[in-house]
Write a protein that binds this ligand. Structure first.
Ligand code: IPE
Ligand code: IPE
Ligand code: MG
Length: 248
């Protein structure tokens, strides 16, 4: 009873001390659908709707960067029908976004290897990224698509090695800032807060390099049930933490 009451209590967020960059592993769509006797794809559709609402909320409260995990390098292991349903939802989302992202003051970028995606989806990703270069958005959204943290680090290492082989760089020049510049997330500040709904306590290959000092927040709530109030709880938890970065 006490537990229920405390969960329903509105979280006290200090709107002047918000994290600059929030990252979310949008997990639990399949279980949400299963509990309702619906196909997993219905969970993905509901999850896409929640993403829209949370992105708008992040912009409204003044979060600068929102990075979401939409499809991992490991998610190709899923049945073909589920993968194509997820890709279809992404296409639908981008088609709608193209119309209104500038008005909504949201810019969209993609982190991941887009080359295995369908030509249509790739073209939509290119178009949204292009539009995003033409104005300054209030909220920068990064969608991790065919993204894996290890894959990202390997690619960065390969690209740096290639620059060395070509005589453009020297191995001793490589430091953390320079290496970050080879990642998909080049130019994006590290996430301050990483949220994982659905009760799983793992990173599942998400932002491995960038999350070195992120605050982690887990909740049992499934992504399609995630709400503004849930985000407020995560923000309040973040604000109660003492970030020491190895100091005292
Ligand atoms: C997250 O929800 C969406 C993707 C990984 C694309 P899941 O589909 O993993 O949902 P669960 O974890 O099976 O409930
Ligand atoms: C992580 O969720 C990937 C996304 C949310 C896109 P998964 O459902 O794929 O992760 P695991 O398999 O539970 O680790
Ligand atoms: Mg999952």
């Amino acid at each position: 009873m006490v537990f229920l009451k405390s969960r329903q209590t509105q979280a006290q967020v200090d709107w002047k001390r918000l994290p600059r960059h929030v990252a979310i592993i949008m997990d639990g769509n399949g279980r949400w659908a299963k509990r309702r006797g619906l196909p997993r794809t219905a969970g993905h559709a509901a999850g896409a709707e929640v993403f829209r609402n949370i992105a708008t909320y992040c912009k409204d409260i003044g979060i600068e960067y929102l990075t979401v995990y939409a499809f991992s390098t490991e998610n190709w292991k899923r049945p073909e029908a589920e993968v194509s349903a997820i890709m279809g939802l992404l296409e639908q989302y981008l088609l709608e976004s193209i119309e209104k992202m500038e008005r909504d003051q949201i810019t969209l970028h993609f982190l991941g290897d887009l080359s295995p995606l369908s030509p249509k989806l790739r073209e939509l990703c290119d178009r949204t990224q292009n539009i995003s270069t033409h104005y300054e958005g209030k909220l920068h959204v990064n969608v991790c698509l065919n993204y894996g943290g290890r894959d990202e680090i390997l690619r960065a290492a390969r690209a740096f090695a290639a620059d060395c082989a070509a005589g453009k760089k020297k191995p001793e020049e490589l430091d953390e800032a320079a290496f970050s510049g080879y990642l998909y997330s080049a130019g994006v500040p590290d996430p301050d807060l990483v949220i994982r709904p659905s009760g799983e306590l793992r990173l599942s290959n998400f932002l491995l390099w960038q999350s070195a000092y992120a605050e982690l927040y887990y909740t049992d709530v499934l992504w399609p049930d995630f709400s503004k109030e849930e985000l407020d709880r995560a923000l309040a938890a973040y604000q109660s933490r003492s970030r020491r970065f190895g100091g005292v």
